[in-house]
Design a protein around this ligand. Structure first.
Ligand code: HPA
Length: 288
C-alpha cells in the first residue's frame, strides 16, 4: 500500500483502529540510514488509505520522547510516499482555559529542548528553511472543519513549548514558558515537525491536554499515582474520554486531509536549494 496520509500517535494506535473494526492491511518496519523506523500499520477507510505509527511503543510505553528516532520515522514515511502527516500528541497545559480533555490545534512552537538529532542536513549548506507557518495551513484548516461537532472543546490555536524530557518541568520553568507566550508544553513535536518540513511533508498536530503543567494549580505531590498528583481523578477521566475517542476523531479528519490539494508552502520548502542546484529531485540524495 502507498498511502498519502500517516497518523503518528501514542501507544498502540493501530490497535485502537482494529478494535473499532478496521481491518489491518499489513505492517512494515523500515530500515533507514538512521536505523529502524517504528512499525507502520496500513488501513483503509471509505476509500482513504492511511498509515499509522506509534512513537512510544506498540502496546506499552517502551520509549520515552527524547529517545524516539524521529529521523527514522519521518524518513520511513517519506520513503513510503506519504505526503501528509497528522501528529496526535498529549501535552500539558500552561493556561487555565486549556483544560485536561480539551483538543488544541497548535499554530506555533517554542523549541526549549536540548540536543538530539534535529536535522537530516548535517554538514551541508542547505536547510535554512522558513518556519512560519510552522504547521501546514491546509491540514490545519481541514482538521478544524472536520472537528466541528466533536463532543470535546476544540481550540484552534496554541503555542506548543517543546522540552527534552523525559522529566517534567520545574514550576519556575513553567512560569518562564508562560511568560514566553507558551500555551502547551510537551516533549513530542520537536524535532518531529522540523524533520517533516525538511522532507517537504505537510504536517499538522492535534493535541489533547492531559494535565495542567507543574505549579499552575498548586497540586500537592502524591507518590505512586499518575503524574504524581499533577492531575485530579476527574481530569484523568476526562482525558480517558478523549483517548477513547481517538480513532473516531481521526476517522472524521482523514477524508478532509485526503481532500487537501497541497497548495500550501510545504511541498516546496526546499525549492530554493533545488533551483540553486544544491539538491536534485531525489530527496534520498539530500539527507545526510
Ligand atoms: N510537561 C511536559 N510534557 C508533558 C506534560 C507536561 O506537563 N504533560 C504531558 N506531556
Amino acid at each position: 500500500m502507498k498511502p498519502d496520509i500517516a497518523v503518528i500517535a501514542r501507544v498502540g494506535a493501530h490497535q485502537a483502529f482494529e478494535d473499532m473494526g478496521l481491518k489491518s492491511l499489513g505492517t512494515e518496519v523500515y530500515q533507514t540510514p538512521y536505523g529502524l523506523s517504528r512499525p507502520i500499520h496500513f488501513f483503509r477507510t471509505e476509500g482513504v488509505d492511511f498509515a499509522v505509527m506509534s512513537r512510544h511503543g506498540e502496546s506499552g510505553y517502551d520509549l520515552s520522547a527524547p529517545f524516539v528516532n524521529s529521523r527514522a520515522n519521518i524518513y520511513a514515511l517519506k520513503a513510503l510516499g506519504v505526503a501528509k502527516v497528522l501528529a496526535w500528541v498529549a501535552p500539558g497545559s500552561l493556561r487555565e482555559e486549556l483544560a485536561p480533555g480539551d483538543l488544541v490545534v497548535p499554530h506555533d512552537l517554542l523549541d526549549e529542548g536540548r540536543g538530539g538529532p534535529h536535522t537530516f542536513f548535517a554538514g551541508v549548506g542547505w536547510g535554512f528553511i522558513r518556519h512560519n507557518p510552522l504547521f501546514c495551513p491546509e491540514l490545519k484548516a481541514a482538521m478544524m472543519t472536520a472537528l466541528a461537532g466533536v463532543p470535546f472543546t476544540v481550540h484552534g490555536q496554541g503555542v506548543y513549548v517543546a522540552t527534552t524530557g523525559p522529566r517534567l518541568e520545574t514550576a519556575a520553568e513553567i512560569r518562564k514558558f508562560r511568560l514566553l507566550g507558551g500555551d502547551l508544553v510537551g516533549q513530542t513535536l520537536a524535532p518531529e515537525v522540523f524533520l517533516a518540513r525538511e522532507l517537504e511533508l505537510c504536517y499538522a498536530a492535534l493535541t489533547y491536554v492531559v494535565n495542567y503543567a507543574e505549579g499552575l494549580m498548586g497540586r500537592p505531590y502524591q507518590p505512586g499515582v499518575l503524574f504524581e498528583g499533577l492531575a485530579t481523578p476527574e481530569e484523568v477521566s476526562k482525558v480517558a474520554e478523549v483517548e477513547a475517542a481517538f480513532p473516531e476523531i481521526i476517522l472524521r479528519i482523514l477524508p478532509a486531509m485526503a481532500a487537501t490539494h497541497r497548495h500550501c508552502p510545504c511541498p516546496r520548502l526546499m525549492e530554493r536549494y533545488r533551483l540553486r542546484g544544491d539538491i536534485g529531485e531525489d530527496w534520498q540524495t539530500w539527507v545526510r
